[in-house]
Design a binder for this molecule. Structure first.
Ligand code: AMP
Ligand code: FE
Ligand code: FE
Ligand code: ZN
Length: 280
């Protein structure tokens, strides 16, 4: 591997092959360690299955792994994703809910494959599943399959064309709304933070309602945020007594997200997040 440039020490938003990232949990933590990360949340979509391996590798390499998950939601609020921190990977009741979400992810992608086939794009479900390697299925796997077939110019281009939200093949998610996502995290002892608030439609309207539902953090530090967006999130954090969180949203696929440790997060963030564990 080529020399890896140094990043910042804390990264609270990362994805592995257990959802739609490209690296195994072990390789993800190795890469994080090589970039100088010492505290990393593994926040795979709708699963905690990578946490044990990540933690074991982290122990060897001096990276503290915070168990987390990112819950994507479906509602009028656009892409309101909820990160849940400090949840227990061995919580059977939570796992049951996450399995339901993963099953819905799978069905949604199957239907999108059928739609694409009907539209004349011969993408193969078996290949999509092979790309996912057992991870929680999502559009990234479909994007990769479409790219391999030459139906899109680049992996990223798929999200703007064949599998865009306004494309004929697109299928909406069946799952939680943002309030249910926050409540689920709280119910299982976790600390919920609103991921990349820039993708929310109607943030100022949604935020007080999510705070009432138990939201504890807001992802103020995020690679694609303008300085204005970061300031706005920090102001909202002060207004609503939320912990400003942050992370790379590294997937290792395409241009989406920053590299591991690619976003500065103040060190006191961890302590502040931990202090919200019992409060609800
Ligand atoms: P899904 O949850 O299946 O709708 O897919 C959403 C996931 O796709 C996000 O979690 C990102 O990982 C990825 N994603 C969304 N939009 C883009 C984009 N424009 N370019 C690349 N990846 C994206
Ligand atoms: Fe993702
Ligand atoms: Fe997200
Ligand atoms: Zn993410």
């Amino acid at each position: 591997m080529a020399a890896i440039a140094a990043g910042y020490a804390i990264d609270l938003h990362t994805h592995s092959l257990r959802s739609d990232g490209a690296l195994s949990p072990v390789d993800l933590v190795k890469r994080a360690a090589a970039r100088g990360v010492t505290i990393q949340a593994l926040s795979d979509h709708d699963t905690l299955s990578g946490v044990a391996e990540a933690a074991a590798t982290g122990k060897d390499l001096g990276v503290r792994i915070i168990p987390a998950t990112e819950l994507n939601t479906e509602s009028e609020w656009g892409d309101a994703h909820v990160l849940g921190y400090f949840i227990d990977p061995n919580d059977a009741a939570l796992e049951e809910r996450l399995r339901w979400l993963r099953d819905n992810r799978g069905r949604r992608i199957e239907i999108m494959v059928e739609n694409l086939n009907r539209l004349g794009y011969a993408v193969d479900l078996a290949r999509v599943l092979e790309i996912a390697q057992g991870g929680a299925l999502g559009r990234p796997h479909l994007a990769q399959a479409l790219f391999e077939k030459g139906y899109v110019r680049t992996y990223d281009n798929a999200f703007e064309t064949l599998i865009a939200k306004d494309s004929p093949a697109y299928v909406a998610r069946v799952g939680l709304d943002p309030f249910e996502a926050v409540a689920l995290v709280r119910k299982h002892g976790g600390v919920p933070s609103l991921a990349h608030p820039g993708t929310v439609v109607g943030l100022d309207d949604l935020l007080p309602k999510l705070v009432a539902a138990g939201l504890a953090g807001i992802e103020a530090y995020y690679g694609s945020h303008s300085p204005e967006m970061t300031s706005r999130c920090l102001a909202r954090a002060r207004d609503f007594d939320l912990v400003p969180t942050g992370g790379s949203d590294f997937h290792g696929r395409g241009e989406h997200g920053a590299d591991l440790g690619g976003v500065f997060i103040p060190p006191e963030t961890i302590e502040h997040l931990e202090s919200r564990r019992q409060r609800s």
